[in-house]
Design a protein around this ligand. Structure first.
Ligand code: HEM
Ligand SMILES: *[C@@H]1O[C@H](CO)[C@@H](O)[C@H](O)[C@H]1NC(C)=O
Ligand SMILES: *[C@@H]1O[C@H](CO)[C@@H](O)[C@H](O)[C@H]1NC(C)=O
Ligand SMILES: *[C@@H]1O[C@H](CO)[C@@H](O)[C@H](O)[C@H]1NC(C)=O
Ligand SMILES: *[C@@H]1O[C@H](CO)[C@@H](O)[C@H](O)[C@H]1NC(C)=O
Length: 310
C-alpha cells in the first residue's frame, strides 16, 4: 500500500520527470508571500519578458493567450503549464493546447526568478505578470497541482461559439458581457491557424458555401492565404496588418464584418455587445476597460494563502 504521502511524492516525481516546466512543479509547498520577500520580482519578470519580446514580437500574443487559457480552466493557477501525470491527461493534452506556445519562455523566466529569490514566486504569478506588463503588483497567486484535460471541455470557448454560448462560458467565470467584448479585443494581436476558421470560407452550412456575413473582399483574401485544404502550419493575422500592435483596430475590423472567427463576429449579434464593439474603437475606453477586465480574469478562482504550491 502506498500512503498518501508517498503518493504525493510519486506525483511530484512524475511532474519533475515529465515536466518541460520542471521549474514550475518541483518546489513543493511554501507559505510565504513574496510581496516583501522578493520585491524585485515584478521588475525582473518585466525586464526578461520585454527583452524576449524584443527578439520575438509574436511572444506577447502567446503569453496573453496562455494566461487566458490558464485562468479559464480551474483558475489562474499555472495548471496550463503542467504535463500529463501517468496516463491522466493534463490541460496541455487538449485541442486548444495544440496551438498554445511560449511554455519555454515561462520556464526561462521562472529559472531566472528562482536565482534571485529561490522558491518564492509562483508560476501562476509569473505567467500573469508576463502576460500583463502593466498590472500592479498583487498578493501572491499560488500554483495548482492539478491539471485535467477534462476541465478544458466547456471552459475554453470554441471559435465556432455563438454569442449565447460565449456569454455562458464567461458568466461561469464571473465575467459579464462587457468583459467578453473587451477581452476578445486581445485578438488585436496574434495569429490563427487556417483550420480554426476555414469552414467559414469553404463549408459554412455544409454546402460548400462561405459565411455570407463575412466581408467578401476579406473572404477572398483569406481564401488566398488559406487554400482548401490548407497546410496545418499556415497562420493568418487575426487583425489584418495590425497584428503586432495592441490597439483598437480589432473593433474597427469587426464593424467592417472582418471578424475572423464566428466567435468574433458573434459579438455583433447581440444589441448590448454590438454597442460596446462600437464604443471600444476609442483607444482610451479600450485600454481602460481591458485593464479592468484583465484584472477580473486574473482573479478567477485564485489559489491564495494555504492552497496550492509555488
Ligand atoms: C471569446 C472567446 C475566445 C475564443 C473563441 C478564442 C479563440 C481563439 C482561437 C481559436 C485562436 C487561434 C489559435 C490558433 O489557431 O493558433 C485564438 C488566438 C488568440 N487568442 Fe483567443 N479566444 C477567445 C478569447 C480570448 C481572450 C479572452 C484572450 C486574452 C485575454 C485571447 C487571446 C488570444 C491571443 C493573444 C491569440 C493569438 C495567439 C497567438 O498569436 O499565438 N483570446 N483565440
Ligand atoms: C530592469 O531593467 C532596468 C532598466 O534596464 C534596470 O535599471 C533594473 O535594474 C532592472 N531590474 C531588475 C530587477 O533586473
Ligand atoms: C501541449 O503544448 C506544448 C507546447 O506546444 C507541447 O510541448 C505539448 O507536447 C503539447 N501536448 C500535447 C499532448 O500535444
Ligand atoms: C462540408 O460539410 C459537410 C457537412 O458537414 C460534409 O459532409 C462535407 O464533407 C464538407 N465538405 C468539405 C469539402 O469539407
Ligand atoms: C488597472 O486596474 C486596476 C484595478 O482595476 C488598478 O488598480 C490599476 O491601477 C490599473 N492599471 C492601469 C495601468 O491602469
Amino acid at each position: 500500500m502506498t500512503s498518501a504521502r508517498e503518493m504525493f511524492c510519486i506525483v511530484l516525481v512524475c511532474l519533475v520527470m515529465f515536466g518541460v516546466m520542471r521549474e514550475c512543479n518541483a518546489n513543493g509547498l511554501r507559505k510565504n508571500f513574496y510581496g516583501k520577500s522578493c520585491p524585485q520580482a515584478e521588475q525582473l519578470v518585466r525586464n526578461i519578458t520585454w527583452s524576449k519580446a524584443k527578439k520575438n514580437p509574436s511572444l506577447g500574443a502567446k503569453l496573453l493567450r496562455m494566461h487566458f487559457h490558464d485562468c479559464f480552466v480551474s483558475g489562474c493557477d499555472a495548471s496550463v503549464l503542467l504535463d500529463m501525470v501517468g496516463t491522466t491527461k493534463s490541460e496541455k493534452d487538449t485541442i486548444p493546447n495544440l496551438t498554445l506556445s511560449g511554455f519555454d519562455v515561462i520556464g526561462d523566466i521562472k529559472t531566472q526568478v528562482e536565482q534571485a529569490c529561490p522558491g518564492i514566486v509562483s508560476c501562476a504569478d509569473i505567467l500573469a505578470l508576463a502576460a500583463r506588463d502593466s498590472v500592479s503588483f498583487r498578493p501572491s497567486l499560488r500554483d495548482g497541482r492539478i491539471s485535467l484535460a477534462s476541465d478544458v471541455t466547456g471552459n475554453i470557448p470554441s471559435p465556432f461559439s455563438d454569442f449565447i454560448t460565449l456569454r455562458k462560458i464567461f458568466a461561469k467565470k464571473g465575467l459579464n458581457t462587457g468583459d467578453l467584448v473587451v477581452l476578445s479585443g486581445a485578438h488585436t494581436i496574434g495569429v490563427a491557424h487556417c483550420a480554426t476558421f476555414s469552414n467559414m470560407l469553404y463549408n459554412f452550412t455544409g454546402k460548400g458555401d462561405s459565411d455570407p456575413s463575412l466581408n467578401p473582399t476579406y473572404a477572398q483574401s483569406l481564401k488566398k492565404q488559406c487554400p482548401n485544404p490548407a497546410k496545418s502550419s499556415t497562420t493568418v493575422e487575426m487583425d489584418p496588418r495590425s497584428s503586432l500592435t495592441f490597439d483598437t483596430h480589432y473593433f474597427t475590423i469587426l464593424n467592417q464584418h472582418m471578424g475572423l472567427f464566428q466567435s468574433d463576429a458573434a459579438l455583433r449579434t447581440d444589441k448590448k455587445s454590438a454597442t460596446m464593439v462600437k464604443q471600444l474603437q476609442s483607444t482610451d475606453d479600450f485600454f481602460f476597460e481591458f485593464n479592468v477586465s484583465m484584472m477580473k480574469m486574473g482573479d478567477i478562482e485564485l489559489l491564495t494563502g494555504k492552497h496550492g504550491e509555488i
